[in-house]
Design a protein around this ligand. Structure first.
Ligand code: AMP
Length: 125
């Protein structure tokens, strides 16, 4: 079920648990500001999630409350992961669901990074 993006941060969400090392993840990159790992149900040959280390529910929460360093670190990490996984030359797609209409399910900001094949129209029906 989609989350309410205006809710307070829930420390028990699955990505918070991954960040605390309570649940395993197939990590592909980590630095001071971000962690990247393979999506457990990939929807493309490459489907990586990049999350900030700070406790932010959604893009809305992050863009309003995160520090300049957190925002810069996160954006740089997303770009780094795309480059390191060979996605720049063939092309790739970033997607960040935020709240009810988007279908966001996990209430910790994450950017989906899709690639590895032509990705078709931007929105599903
Ligand atoms: P969203 O609908 O944007 O909130 O996307 C949540 C994504 O998290 C989905 O693509 C799930 O497959 C993925 N996901 C959920 N649990 C895990 C997990 N434990 N490890 C990796 N990916 C997960």
């Amino acid at each position: 079920m989609a989350i309410d993006a205006t809710q307070p941060y829930d420390e028990s969400n699955i990505f918070a648990r991954i960040l605390r090392g309570e649940i395993p993840a197939k990590a592909v990159y980590e630095d001071a500001h971000a962690l990247a790992f393979h999506d457990i149900h990939p929807q493309a040959p490459v489907h990586i999630l990049v999350i900030p280390k700070g406790s932010y529910v959604s893009w809305d929460d992050f863009s309003e409350h995160a520090s300049e360093a957190e925002i810069a670190g996160f954006v740089r990490a997303v770009g780094h992961v795309a480059r390191e996984n060979g996605l720049v030359a063939p092309g790739y797609r970033l997607l960040a669901n935020a709240g009810g209409h988007s279908g966001q399910e996990v209430p910790h900001l994450h950017v989906h990074l899709f690639g590895g094949r032509p990705l078709g129209p931007m929105l599903g029906r």
